[in-house]
Design a protein around this ligand. Structure first.
Ligand SMILES: [Zn+2]
Length: 429
C-alpha cells in the first residue's frame, strides 16, 4: 500500500503492524539502541562486537544481543575472525549486501533514470532512458519510468535483494507530503502525489514511498554516497535543463518551511535577460542551464542530456572545451560567472562553507570553478573570515537517483525497528 512521505526524525510504528506488547520505555530504549548499533556498523569499517561496545558505551552482552537480532533480521552479516591480530580476534560485522534494498526513480526533463541500491549503498542495478519528456504526456513518461523500474526490480530480485522502499526525484516544487506542485520545465506535471502514483503503477507492496526535488535528493546522494567524508554543511548546485540547489545544514536537508525551497535556477541574474519558463525574466537557468549553455556554445540544445548516450551534447561541450574552442570557452565563462553571482546571493544569506558542483556542472567543473570562485570571492561579504570551498560532485548526474534509492536505506539504518518491527521481538534484553 503506497503512502506519503515519511519524517525520518520521528519514530512512529509506520509499517502499520502492531508492535510487541512490552513496556513502552523498554521498547523505546531497545529501538534507540538498535539504531545506535546499526548506525555505528554503517559508519565504521567492519567493527567487531567489542569495538561496537567501546564506541557506543553499551555493554558487550547488550551489543551481542542487538547484533544477533539485526543478523536474524537480515540487516547485518558477520564474517570470519580476521587473522594476524593481537589477542583474540573479533568477527567483523557489516551491513548485509543481500538484505533489503531501495529503488530510486528520477524523472527529469530529458531522461528517466532508475537504480536499486543495497543496504551498503552499492548500486546493484540501473537503467536510464534518454528522451525529451516535455514532448510527452505525463502518463506516457510515467509508464516509461515504471517499465524501467519494474525491470531493474526484477533484476534485483534475481540477485537476491528485497526491494522494500521507493524514492522518486523530479525537477520541481515538491511539498512535505510528496506532492509535486509545479515543474517549470514539465508544465503539465501539476498537483501529482508522484511517489504514490509510481508505487501504485508498480503494483507491488512497498514499506515506504518518498518524493522530493531532484536537487535535494542529489545533495543527499552526495552526502551519503559521495567520495567526500563528513560533508555536513553545503549547497549542491544541480545543473540539468533546470538548475536546482539542495541545501544541507548540520547533515540535514534544509527544504524551507513548506518544502519548496532551493530554486536557485530562478534567482534573477539579469533583470533584462530572456524570459523564463517560470514566468520571470533573466533567471540563472536561462544563462547557465543546460540548453542555454549549449546554445551559447553553438551546439544543438535539443540533443543535450546530462546523463550520456549517443547524442550527449554535454560530452561534446567537454570535448570542444578541451580543444580550446573559443565560443565554447566563452559560453562556459559566462555560465560560471552567472552561477557565481547567483550563489553569492545564496551564500550571503545562508553562510555555508562549501559549494558542490553537481549534475552536468561536475563534468564542466574545470572551466566553471574559476569564474564561480572569482565571483564568490568578490561578492560574498564574509569570504575573508569564512572561506568558501568549491568542490566537484563525485556522483555527477547520478547523484539524484542514488539519493532517491538511498532514502530507503537511510531510513532502515536510522531506525531499523520502524521498517522491521520483528527486530524488537528478536532483541531479548
Ligand atoms: Zn525562472
Amino acid at each position: 500500500m503506497a503512502r506519503g512521505n515519511r519524517d525520518f526524525a520521528r519514530m512512529p510504528n509506520d509499517t502499520g503492524r502492531p508492535l510487541p506488547s512490552v513496556p513502552a520505555r523498554q521498547q523505546l530504549l531497545k529501538r534507540h539502541n538498535l539504531s545506535l548499533v546499526l548506525r555505528q556498523i554503517a559508519a565504521s569499517r567492519r567493527p567487531s562486537r567489542a569495538q561496537l561496545a567501546a564506541r557506543t558505551g553499551l555493554t558487550k552482552a547488550t551489543v551481542s544481543t542487538l547484533v544477533d537480532a539485526l543478523m536474524d533480521a537480515q540487516l547485518v552479516v558477520e564474517s570470519d575472525p580476521e587473522r594476524g591480530l593481537i589477542g583474540r580476534p573479533g568477527s567483523p560485522l557489516s551491513l548485509n549486501p543481500q538484505g533489503p534494498a531501495g529503488l530510486g526513480v528520477e524523472i527529469n526533463v530529458d531522461y528517466v533514470s532508475c537504480c536499486v541500491v543495497d543496504l551498503t549503498g552499492a548500486v546493484r542495478c540501473r537503467r536510464t532512458i534518454v528522451g525529451d519528456n516535455r514532448l510527452l504526456r505525463p502518463e506516457v513518461v510515467l509508464r516509461r519510468a515504471v517499465r524501467a523500474a519494474s525491470l531493474i526490480w526484477r533484476q534485483a530480485e534475481v540477485a537476491g535483494l528485497t526491494v522494500v522502499g521507493l524514492g522518486v526525484g523530479v525537477p520541481g516544487l515538491v511539498d512535505f507530503d510528496g506532492v509535486l506542485h509545479r515543474a517549470p520545465n514539465l508544465l503539465e506535471w501539476q498537483g501529482i502525489p508522484l511517489a504514490e502514483v509510481v508505487a501504485d503503477m508498480l503494483g507491488r507492496p512497498l514499506q515506504s514511498v518518498y518524493c522530493d526535488n531532484e536537487a535535494n535528493l542529489a545533495a543527499l546522494g552526495e552526502r551519503w554516497f559521495g567520495r567526500r567524508d563528513n560533508l555536513q554543511d553545503f549547497v549542491l548546485v544541480s545543473g540539468e535543463i533546470g538548475v536546482g540547489a539542495g541545501i544541507v545544514i548540520g547533515g540535514e536537508l534544509f527544504r524551507g518551511v513548506r518544502g519548496l525551497g532551493g530554486e536557485l535556477g530562478h534567482v534573477t541574474v539579469d533583470p533584462m535577460g530572456p524570459a523564463c519558463s517560470c514566468g520571470g525574466r533573466g533567471c540563472l537557468e536561462r544563462v547557465a542551464g543546460q540548453e542555454a549553455l549549449l546554445e551559447a556554445a553553438g551546439l544543438p540544445a535539443e540533443a543535450g542530456t546530462a546523463v550520456g548516450g549517443p547524442v550527449a551534447s554535454v560530452a561534446e561541450l567537454v570535448r570542444r572545451a578541451l580543444t580550446g574552442e573559443p565560443t565554447t570557452l566563452l559560453a562556459l565563462e559566462k555560465a560560471g560567472t552567472a552561477l557565481g553571482i547567483a550563489l553569492s546571493a545564496f551564500l550571503n544569506v545562508l553562510d555555508l562553507p562549501t559549494v558542490v558542483l553537481g549534475g552536468f556542472y561536475a563534468e564542466l567543473a574545470p572551466w566553471l570553478i574559476g569564474p564561480v570562485t572569482g565571483e564568490l570571492h568578490d561578492r560574498v561579504v564574509n569570504h575573508p573570515w569564512s572561506p568558501i570551498e568549491v568542490i566537484v560532485s563525485s556522483l555527477g548526474a547520478e547523484a539524484s537517483v542514488r539519493g532517491a534509492a538511498g532514502i530507503t536505506i537511510r531510513r532502515i539504518i536510522d531506525d531499523p525497528a520502524a521498517s522491521f518491527p520483528e527486530v524488537l521481538a528478536l532483541t531479548r534484553t
